[in-house]
Design a protein around this ligand. Structure first.
Ligand SMILES: Nc1ncnc2c1ncn2[C@@H]1O[C@H](COP(=O)(O)OP(=O)(O)OP(=O)(O)O)[C@@H](O)[C@H]1O
Ligand SMILES: [Mg+2]
Length: 251
């Protein structure tokens, strides 16, 4: 069974502790959102799980394997602002991970085309990143992460810089793809509504050094609908999380 297990991760930058004994688990097929104040250590945690930043201590297990400090292997990451290679076309950007994994050209381009179409970019295979809008670049970033068929998707405010309409569309696309492939998702956001709309479970982090203030199992059935945002339980939870974050910042 697929499973992510983060145990007792510690990380300081110089004398500043950012993560102290941070532990969390994500179960097979689970969508977990992380909320927390700016600078509390969310991106650092994602980067450590992705192997891009070394932890001072602690272990990361993915599907039972120790992946602490290693990149690749089962993880796809979507960064805020997409972070595409400007010298590669949209299709080549999506195929990048498979290329690194040594997949042959015909096979990787076919896979990349499939995911590019899935995020609604049919016809833009040969476009360069600078020819795409911010929202389209973000879609390419999502397709790139899905294309390696990771068991774990790490998403760091993937929709943070987008306009509301594009964000709503991409949220629904993300859920659609996630439901089809049932990956584990760890999704960082500042949007309380976004977290409630997308996630099975929400972890609310404190200010730095981050610890979990509250864990919320989101009680809404899937498929989620726009109308749920007017539901009284939704509004209560939104209020509760917002109060929690506000009090913590001033504590
Ligand atoms: N490479 C680095 N060198 C030094 N300090 C760093 C580095 N990366 C992050 N930090 C510090 O670690 C803390 C946590 O940063 P991080 O980017 O993880 O926060 P975050 O929760 O993702 O915030 P935001 O919501 O604003 O994206 C901050 O105080 C930041 O200054
Ligand atoms: Mg961040």
């Amino acid at each position: 069974m697929t499973h992510l297990s983060v145990s007792n991760v510690c990380k300081s930058f110089g004398s500043v502790p950012v993560l102290v004994d941070q532990s969390l688990d994500v179960e097979e097929g689970e969508f977990v959102a992380l909320l927390g104040p700016s600078g509390c250590g969310k991106s650092t945690l994602l980067q450590i799980i992705n192997g891009l930043v070394p932890a001072d201590r602690g272990t990361i297990l993915l599907d039972g394997k120790d992946i602490t400090g290693r990149t690749g292997a089962g993880r796809g990451m979507v960064f805020q602002g997409a972070d595409l290679f400007p010298w590669r076309t949209a299709l080549e950007n999506v195929a990048f991970g498979l290329e690194v994994m040594g997949v042959g050209k015909a096979e990787r381009l076919e896979q990349a085309r499939h995911y590019l179409h899935l995020v609604g970019l049919r016809g833009f295979e040969e476009a360069w990143p600078h020819q795409l809008s911010g929202g389209m670049q973000q879609r390419v970033g999502i397709a790139r992460a899905f294309c390696i068929r990771p068991s774990l998707l790490l998403m760091d405010e993937p929709f943070g810089a987008l306009d509301v309409q594009t964000r709503d569309i991409l949220q629904d696309e993300l859920v659609r793809i996630w439901e089809a492939e049932r990956k584990m998702v760890l999704f960082v956001t500042h949007g309380i509504e976004e977290a409630l709309y997308l996630a099975d479970r929400i972890l609310v982090f404190s200010k730095r050094p981050a610890h979990v203030l509250r864990e919320i199992v989101v009680p809404f059935e899937r498929p989620r609908r726009e109308e749920m945002k007017l539901d009284s339980t939704f509004l209560e939870l939104r209020r509760e999380i917002s109060d929690l974050l506000r009090h913590d910042i001033h504590a």
